[in-house]
Structure formats: C-alpha cells, structure tokens
Write a protein that binds this ligand. Structure first.
Ligand SMILES: Nc1ncnc2c1ncn2[C@@H]1O[C@H](COP(=O)(O)OP(=O)(O)OP(=O)(O)O)[C@@H](O)[C@H]1O
Ligand SMILES: [Mg+2]
Length: 278
C-alpha cells in the first residue's frame, strides 16, 4: 500500500563532507542526517573525525568539499563570520571543557548571551535562567561562581547556558570525559531528560551504554568515514561491520569472548588506538 505519510526533511544534513588539515585527510565523504527531536550519537576511535564533524555543523570549520545544511541554512556557503555567528545562535555546543565565564555568577553566565546577543530584557532573561537552572537542578547555586562548583555542576550549568539561547539543536562533545566518575551520572541524567523532552541532540560520547540507551540513531566513524549507522539496537546488538563489532568489543568489554589479559598481543597492539576514546 503506498504511504501517504510525508517524510520530514532532516534538520541537519551532511553530504559527502571532505575536510583536510594540510595533507591530513580527516573527513573523507561523510553523510549524516539528524531529524527534529532525534538523539543521534557519533561513536568511534580517537582521531576518527567525530569532533571535526560537530565543528563543521556549527560553521567553525569549512570543508573543502560537500554540503552542510542546518534548517534552511547552507552552512558550507557562509562566507562571513557574522553569518556564522547567526548560525551559532541556533546551534548550542557543549564541550568537554565547560568554559563558563569564571568572573560571572552562575545566573549571570546564563543571562549574558540572551541579553547581549538576543537583546532580551533582564527580567525575562533572569526568569528563564532560573527555570533552566531548576531544570538541571542547580537553582541553589545561582549566586555561586564557577570556581566554587564541582565539574559535574559546572557542566550542568554549561548545558543550561546553551539552552538559554533556545537553540534548535544541541551538540555535545564528550561532555563527561573530564568528570569524576561520581558526577558523570548527574550530567547524563540531564542529557537523557533533554532527549526525552524531544530536544534535538547530537552526541559524541565514549559512554557506550548511555549512547545505546538514549540514541535514536548511532553513527560509527573510523578514519574519517561512516563505517555503519542505524538504530541503537542495530548498531549495538547486531552490528554488520567487523570494524564496528571489534570497536564495541573493546569499548564495552567482552570478558566472555576475550579475557583482558595483560600480555594479550591483540590488546597491546590496539591499546593506543582505543585508550583515548573508550
Ligand atoms: N585544528 C586542527 N588542526 C590540525 N589537525 C587537526 C585539527 N583538529 C583536528 N585535527 C586532526 O584531525 C583528526 C580528527 O580529529 P578529531 O578531533 O575530529 O577526532 P575525534 O574523533 O574527535 O577524536 P577524540 O575521540 O580523540 O576526541 C586528528 O588526526 C586530529 O589530529
Ligand atoms: Mg573529539
């Protein structure tokens, strides 16, 4: 029976993206789609190009070939910094290093960009900021300074700060990798809640179980290409590529099939490759 459903355009669409740094070819033909309301994860070994993909989406890097579309903006054609700043108002980006303004209180960190960039008035911007702090369970620290907070608390404030710009989507680049293990969970909880509310998110993460749990679609990258993509169940439970299987075996650990013995030559030869990313 022919379907009468209209298939929505993706919010983000990358096609045949190629990018090199000098003669280091980093992206070699990336195709990637993110639909509104989806949580999309990008996983893969260190140096495979994951952060580079996110930086292309925000216009921080210009590919040599291919196209990047965010909504109706053809990002690869933007020639002026002012146009890229416009784009970044719509695309939140949270990094491993939270980069809060150290001389501003938590509340002021959330209020400054909506006031200066979006021209919102103080009362409204503060009201929104307090609501967002409550959402990330940081309202009790509104008057504290970043230096007085734990890493996990700072990262939750950084997420609230990104949300204060009311972005169409948020990119998360390894946001928990610099945190103490006990604060990782509180940040992941905030991200999980955002995805449940239908915020469009692209996550680069080494938290494989988390990626499996919250992602609608997972992309596995290696050496600047997408080796495989599909639903979280497909990629984590039934990966078709041997490379994906091998990566997940290491990332998730598989004592049943491969005991982690110290002198395992396979493990040793691959250690440097995987240790940074998993
Ligand atoms: N600004 C830059 N100048 C030159 N080379 C760069 C730059 N940024 C990244 N690269 C190189 O591009 C490649 C991909 O880097 P990228 O940061 O995208 O990898 P990644 O998949 O995010 O790795 P990781 O898991 O370690 O964060 C690497 O070889 C890196 O050295
Ligand atoms: Mg990276």
């Amino acid at each position: 029976m022919p379907s009468t459903e209209t298939v929505a355009e993706p919010l983000v669409s990358l096609r045949d993206l190629h990018l090199s740094f000098g003669n280091n070819s980093v992206l070699k033909g990336i195709d990637l789609d993110v639909h509104r309301g989806q949580a999309v994860s990008i996983i893969g070994p260190s140096g495979s190009g994951k952060s580079t993909i996110l930086r292309c989406i925000t216009g921080l890097l210009q590919p040599q070939r291919g196209s990047i579309r965010v909504g109706t903006t053809e990002v690869h054609t933007l020639a002026q910094e002012a146009q890229r700043i416009e784009l970044r108002k719509r695309v939140g980006f949270v990094f491993q290093q939270y980069n809060l303004f150290p001389h501003l209180s938590v509340l002021e960190n959330l209020v400054i960009a909506p006031r200066k960039v979006l021209g919102r008035n103080r009362i409204e911007a503060e009201k929104d900021a307090r609501a967002l702090l409550a959402k990330v369970r940081m309202e009790h620290k509104a008057d504290a300074y970043p230096g007085q907070l734990s890493g996990g608390q700072q990262q939750r404030v950084a997420i609230a700060r990104a949300l204060a710009m009311r972005p169409e989507l948020i990119l998360f680049d390894e946001v928990t990798s610099a945190l103490d293990p006990e604060t990782v969970g509180e940040v992941l909880t905030v991200i999980r809640e955002l995805t449940e509310e239908g915020m469009t998110c692209v996550l680069v993460t080494h938290e494989m179980r988390f990626a499996e749990e919250i992602s609608d679609i997972v992309y596995f990258t290696e050496h600047g290409v997408i080796v495989e993509h599909g639903s979280a169940t497909q990629i984590f439970q039934h990966p078709t590529s041997e490379r994906t299987q091998e990566f997940l075996r290491h990332a998730l650990g598989d004592p049943g099939r491969r005991p982690p013995i110290a002198n395992d030559p396979y493990l040793l030869s691959n250690l440097s490759r995987y240790s940074l990313s998993v």
